[in-house]
Design a binder for this molecule. Structure first.
Ligand SMILES: *Cc1c(COP(=O)(O)O)cnc(C)c1O
Length: 408
């Protein structure tokens, strides 16, 4: 067996489809979000504006967060030193879980090392606790949820994205008394749509199902205290398990679920992805607490964030750019072809100092390749004007190429 050839062949397959991923080597400038220095493959550098960060509010640079992290390092050192069970539960972790429970008005919260891990660990563990479980999953759920649901090895049904009639049809087909969990997200971050939480909760009640919501792209950004869309809609109490990340709008890293005591305690006790891994460093936990507390009190940043997203959408629409319908802070621009998508992204970076990563399959379906912009409160009108002017120019350029058949 020629192992090397097999790996090279796998890469060639991706390259030939135009979706080979190249990471941008960036160094952010503290205090100047969203500016960064890009180190090019040849070692030279250029200044860029970042347009695709999931640090949606720039909290990764909020002095309040940094101070808390510095202080924790001074007080308690670098790593946590163990799994939660074996010496890795520090006072910082306990305090963060309390803060998260309070944020979501739940009895408890349970920390994980990332959102990927928390979705996988929690969803896969539910079937251990609920024998005979049936999971109903939205078709556009994140890869980490799909992975957890597969690992649950229980009966599962996928309902068409946001299609409540389809969900009801599937729920009705499950015999009464069989445990059911509806797994869905609030903000779907690739399209920028938001699920119908009230209707989903009503169906869950009608058919006796539990609800599991991924609010990763909403925590910090929606609701009067930044607890997410369920808070905005006044429905946090009706959701059984709320999952959120500390790595996006909170600007740090790590993840959690918030739920009743018994749920968190059972997941704590059964989930391999929780049990068998080193807990997050104390400094991360301290930074997260500071970030959550700050965002609870600063609703004006959420108002500013929504205004910036609306401002960018309006500019793109005015310019006739194919901005996809989004009801949230995410601004997706449809390209519909992986080669063009990468080409536009490359030119923006190299010639305009604008960094937006192409989003290709398997993150989105083939034929819907897009650029996904995440304007933050720190993105100015001037930055937006520059971006839209560059895009307008490129769209013309790209269409000419398409007509000419160059980018086959
Ligand atoms: C990013 C993301 C996750 C994973 O969260 P991390 O903390 O980055 O691992 C989970 N769910 C959704 C919907 C996401 O977009």
């Amino acid at each position: 067996m020629d192992y090397k050839a097999a790996f090279e062949g796998a890469l060639e397959k991706i390259r030939s489809e135009g979706r080979y991923r190249v990471f941008a080597d960036l160094k952010r400038h503290r205090g100047e979000f969203p500016r960064a220095t890009w180190t090019k493959p040849d070692g030279s550098t250029a200044e860029v504006t970042v347009w695709c960060s999931n640090d949606y509010l720039g909290q990764g640079q909020n002095p309040v967060v940094l101070d808390a992290m510095h202080k924790a390092i001074e007080e308690a050192g670098a790593g946590s030193g163990g799994t939660r069970n074996i010496s890795g539960t520090t006072h910082y972790h306990v305090e963060l879980e309390r803060e998260l429970a309070d944020l979501h008005h739940k009895e408890a919260a349970l920390l994980f090392t990332s959102g990927y891990v928390s979705n996988e660990a929690t969803l896969s563990t539910l079937s251990k606790i609920l024998p005979g479980l049936v999971i109903l999953s939205d078709a556009l759920n994140h890869n980490s949820m799909i992975s957890g649901i597969r690992a649950a090895r229980c009966e599962r049904h996928v309902f068409r994205h946001n299609d409540l009639a389809h969900l009801e049809e599937l729920l009705a087909a499950v015999p009464h008394g069989v445990p059911k969990v509806i797994a869905f997200e609030s903000v779907y971050s690739m399209d920028g749509d938001i699920s119908d939480i009230p209707a989903t909760v009503a169906l869950a009640k009608k058919y006796g199902a539990m609800t599991y919501i991924d609010e990763v792209h909403a925590v910090g950004m929606y609701g009067p205290r930044g607890a997410g869309v369920a808070e905005r809609d006044g429905l946090m109490a009706e959701i059984d398990i709320i999952e959120g990340t500390l790595g996006k709008a909170f600007g740090v890293m790590g993840d959690y679920i918030a739920a009743d005591d018994a749920i968190c305690d059972a997941i704590r006790s059964y989930a391999d992805g929780f049990i068998f891994t080193t807990s997050i460093p104390p400094a991360l936990a301290a930074g997260a607490v500071a970030s959550i507390r700050w965002l609870k009190e600063h609703n004006e940043i959420r108002v500013a964030h929504q205004e910036r997203a609306a401002a960018l959408k309006a500019r793109m629409e005015k310019a006739g750019l194919p901005v996809m319908p989004s009801v949230c802070h995410i601004v997706p621009l449809l390209v519909g072809d992986p080669v063009h998508c990468k080409m536009i992204s490359d030119i923006l970076l190299e010639e305009h100092g604008i960094y937006v990563q192409p989003i290709n399959y398997p993150t989105v379906p083939r034929g819907t390749e897009r650029l996904r912009f995440t304007p933050s409160p720190a993105h100015t009108d001037e930055m937006m004007d520059k971006l839209v002017a560059a895009l307008e120019e490129l769209w013309v350029h790209c269409n000419i190429k398409r007509v000419g058949g160059v980018a086959a």
